[in-house]
Design a protein around this ligand. Sequence first.
Ligand SMILES: [Zn+2]
Length: 98
Amino acid sequence: MSRETRTRRKEIEKARREKMSELMRGYDETEFYPALNSVKRECAETGHGSKNYHDNGLGWTFTSCLDCGATLAKHGPEGQIVIPEQHGQAPYNGSEED
Ligand SMILES: [Zn+2]
C-alpha cells in the first residue's frame, strides 16, 4: 500500500509542477530568464564570485558561481568537460533532474 501511496503522491506533485510551469511560461520567457541572464552576464563581466561545487552522485560534478548561480562547468565520469553556453536561454529550471 505504501508504494501505491507514494506513486499517487508523485503523480499529484508532478501534475502540480507541470501546471506551475504552464502558468509561469510567459513570465519566465519575458521576465524571469532575461533578468536572470542579465545578472549572470554582469557577474561574468566582472569575474564570477566564489565557486560552489556540486556532485550529483552519478559521477557528474558541477561548478557554479555562488553569486549569480551560473553553471560554470560540468565534469563527467569519463573525463567529459562541458562548458554550458553562458547566459543562453533558460539554463535554470530549478532542478538538475530531467
Ligand atoms: Zn557569477
